[in-house]
Design a binder for this molecule. Structure first.
Ligand code: AR6
Length: 178
């Protein structure tokens, strides 16, 4: 399902972040060392191969709330934006740090003149951020930034399960209409 937010198309789909061939950049739910991990980081690094770690190694470590951009070897996208989300209950303030991830990712995309970016639900897997609360933070951040985006015209949320997709759709709609 798609929404319009200040002229930006926001899609919410169920799928795999490594399978978004029509997007300029995909976002990685990274670890601080920017290495292979589980979940999203595992899927991205497996698809990209060792070339990606060669590129990320000199950029690591990063702090919660930060983001860095690399090329996207062996993936159908031009770039990967690696975001380190907060570990829920450890990195505080969690909501501010999560919002910072989305904000920094959008800034990097704008600086590179990208048109489209696909996000996973950062921090909601191994890092334990409650899904609904994370969706609210992400929705508010995207909405707050949407008006000032110049090159970015399309955002896509890629949720692993249909349940998470429905939740994100409902949360984004309620934040949009608030
Ligand atoms: N495509 C889209 N979404 C996915 C995929 C996929 N291929 N795989 C999992 N998800 P996580 P985090 C969903 O754990 O919480 C890693 O090991 C998943 O269901 O990938 O930020 C890193 O190395 C969940 O809702 O990221 C870090 O150490 C969401 O993506 C740590 O986990 C995020 O789950 C990062 O933890």
């Amino acid at each position: 399902m798609g929404f319009q937010a200040n002229g930006i198309e926001v899609e919410v789909v169920q799928g795999d972040i490594t399978d978004q061939s029509d997007m300029d950049a995909i976002v990685n739910a990274a670890n601080a060392e920017l290495r292979m991990g589980g979940g999203v980081a595992g899927a991205i690094h497996r698809a990209a191969g060792s070339e990606l770690e060669e590129e990320t190694r000199p950029l690591a470590p990063i702090n919660p709330g930060e983001a860095v951009m690399t090329s996207a070897p062996n993936l159908p996208n031009r770039y990967i934006i690696h975001c380190l989300g907060p570990v829920f209950g450890v990195d505080e303030p969690a909501s501010t740090l999560l919002a910072s991830c989305y904000q920094r990712a959008l800034e990097l995309a704008e600086d590179a003149g990208l048109e489209s970016v696909a996000f996973p639900a950062i921090s909601t897997g191994a890092f334990g951020f409650p899904m609904e609360q994370a969706a609210e933070v992400a929705s508010r951040t995207i909405l707050a930034r949407s008006g000032s985006l110049q090159s970015v015209r399309r955002l896509r949320w890629v949720l692993f399960s249909e349940e998470d997709r429905i939740l994100h759709e409902e949360v984004f709609e309620s934040v949009l209409n608030a």
